[in-house]
Design a protein around this ligand. Structure first.
Ligand code: HPA
Length: 266
């Protein structure tokens, strides 16, 4: 099964048919998903902020979302995210296949492994995003003639406020290209659960201080809306070309997770 996690501006799995809404109960609370089929492949869609964008980044139940996907037998997750840009080579409208992150969040439950029965587990993050999914995203973007950047470092802030120009200057010095509020701990939990995870970021604005105008959520939504068609085509292309049988190194990281929750999983 293939999952799509839709970020800001992506609230529906328009390309799926035979769509069924389901509520999945997890040890971390419930998650609403939509299952369906595209190109003969079973897919599941999750709206990260809820289907009416009611959940702010710091309150998203990331563990429930990823646990639900693992329980449905998902192998690979294609995630979308609206981001601000710190890098003049990545202007608004640009797509980026993200390859590194910097975590500046705080207070978010960010692991499945909390000690005790769940154990102490230190997961490797040398390659935080699945290399195979990154390659598939890049190939599909090429195929569709969509302008994009191969590789970029995403700094995840806690939000929900936008950043100060001083913070953005500091993140530039740290090596960030993009700023968003949601990719951590989502990408971390996916790896802990042994899921392949790829992120396509869409630049909606220059970050605070790089842009001289105040930032607004409307601006972010407007750019996302104008990118809808390209994004849907990209997801369709990725699902179409997703290989049937795939042994990926990302699975190896999920062994402890699989041992912990073997029975409750569907
Ligand atoms: N900062 C944080 N998150 C964002 C931004 C931004 O500038 N744009 C879109 N999501």
């Amino acid at each position: 099964m293939i999952a799509i996690i839709g970020g800001t501006g992506v609230y529906d799995a328009k390309l799926l048919h035979e769509v069924r809404e389901r509520v999945i109960n997890t040890p971390f609370g419930e998650t609403r998903v939509k299952t369906g089929v595209y190109h003969g492949k079973e897919c599941v869609f999750v709206a990260r902020h809820g289907y009416a964008h009611t959940v702010p980044p710091h309150l998203i139940n990331y563990r429930a979302n990823i646990w639900a996907l693992a329980s449905l037998g998902v192998q690979a997750v294609f995630a979308t995210a609206a981001v601000g840009s710190l890098n003049p080579d990545m202007p608004p409208g640009c797509f980026v296949v993200v390859d590194q992150f910097i975590d500046m969040t705080s207070g978010r439950p960010s692991t499945f492994f909390e000690g005790g029965e769940t154990g102490v587990v230190h997961t490797d993050f040398t390659d935080p995003y699945c290399p195979s999914l990154r390659a598939l995203l890049a190939r599909s973007l090429d195929e569709l003639n969509i302008r994009y950047h191969e590789g970029g470092t995403y700094v995840c802030t806690n939000g929900p406020r936008f950043e100060t120009p001083a913070e953005i200057r500091a993140y530039r010095i740290l090596g960030a290209d993009l700023v968003g509020m949601t990719n951590v701990p989502e990408v971390v939990l996916a790896r802990e659960a042994g899921l392949c995870y790829g992120l396509v970021a869409m630049v909606t604005n220059y970050a605070a201080g790089i842009s001289t105008e105040p930032l607004t959520h409307e601006e972010v939504l407007n750019v996302m809306n104008s990118n809808q068609t390209a994004l849907q085509k990209l997801l369709a292309e990725c699902i179409k070309h997703f290989p049937e049988e795939k042994g990926c190194i990302c699975r190896v990281s999920g062994v402890h997770f699989q041992n912990l929750w073997p029975c409750e999983r569907e």
